[in-house]
Write a protein that binds this ligand. Structure first.
Ligand SMILES: [Zn+2]
Length: 308
């Protein structure tokens, strides 16, 4: 009886016209063509989605790269701005240094020329248009044009300062030469026994004009040139005995008489303070001494007027 019921139940499931209560499954009939269309549409839809995703991913990557590049550029720009600001500060400091050099130049000229003038100094320092903006600490804003102007002005100022210093060096050299050729030191250290001018003649009989000064020293004492110059006479010269004469230029000459030994020769270049002879008692002399004489344009003048 159970087998019979089971068989009946299977038959009812396969009956096409069986009522709903007897068959619980639904069937939809789709033609093969329709199925192909559906599959095709689905494939296109999937391709569209995949394409869209790839496209947006590319756009995202591009934007990401551009953002990174922009960030790098911004950092570089900040770093360059910082460098420009540092350069600006250094440039302003250079201007200050240059102004100090200018003041020093003026001061040196005042000392060298012993005058209260600045006309000979090539001041010529042009002030660049540097902008200062107070923002807590002093901030210097310079654009490229400002920087170019500042650098150009500094170049001009350095050139002017160099010319001025070269000029000053020439002036100093000339002054040094004038000082060196001025017989401003003593030829030896000793007691002055006879001064420049009229005196009672040491050889007896009336008075005579003494054209120099006599300095009493032991025989063999070194005698030095009192200025730079050239030896023009180094020989026996009558009453002067063994004599040395030095030409110092500008019409100035010095003579050293009564020496025991001459150490230089004609034409020899002599420096101030150089030993040129040893003292003696030669020529018309009443005792060991050096006769020191200064001539200006061949006229004897008082040597003490040159001595320091
Ligand atoms: Zn004398």
């Amino acid at each position: 009886m159970a087998k019979y019921n089971d068989r009946i139940s299977k038959k009812e499931k396969t009956l096409p016209n069986a009522p709903n209560g007897g068959n619980r499954e639904n069937y939809i009939r789709i033609s093969k063509t329709t199925l192909k269309y559906i599959i095709g549409v689905c494939c296109l839809f999937i391709l569209l989605i995949v394409g869209t995703v790839i496209h947006y991913r590319q756009i995202f990557n591009t934007v990401s790269v551009e953002k990174t590049e922009l960030e790098t550029l911004r950092k570089n720009n900040d770093a360059q701005a910082l460098q420009i600001e540092k350069l600006g500060k250094a440039t302003v400091k250079l201007q200050a240094d240059m102004e100090r050099l200018n003041s020093l130049d003026v001061e040196l000229r005042r000392i060298v020329n012993n005058e209260d003038t600045t006309t000979t100094s090539r001041a010529g320092l042009m002030r660049p248009s540097v902008k200062y903006i107070a923002q807590g600490e002093q901030k210097i804003q310079l654009d490229i044009n400002d920087m170019n102007n500042v650098i150009y002005n500094l170049q001009m100022a350095v050139k002017a300062r160099e010319e001025s210093l070269v000029e000053l060096k020439q002036e100093l050299l000339m002054k040094q030469a004038r000082l060196a050729s001025k017989p401003s030191i003593w030829p030896t250290a000793g007691e002055v026994t006879s001064r420049f001018g009229w005196r009672n003649s040491p050889t007896g009989g009336g008075s005579d004009f003494h054209p120099g000064i006599d300095i009493a020293i032991d025989i063999g004492t070194p005698i030095v040139a009192t200025a730079d110059g050239v030896v023009v006479q180094s020989e026996w010269a009558g009453g002067y005995g063994n004599m040395v004469q030095i030409d110092h230029g500008n019409g100035i000459a010095t003579l050293y008489g009564h020496t025991s030994q001459v150490l230089v020769h004609n034409g020899q270049i002599i420096k101030k303070g150089q030993v040129i002879a040893y003292s003696g008692n030669t020529g018309y002399s009443t005792g060991p001494h050096v006769h020191y004489e200064v001539r200006v344009n061949d006229t004897a003048v008082n040597p003490t007027s040159f001595l320091n």
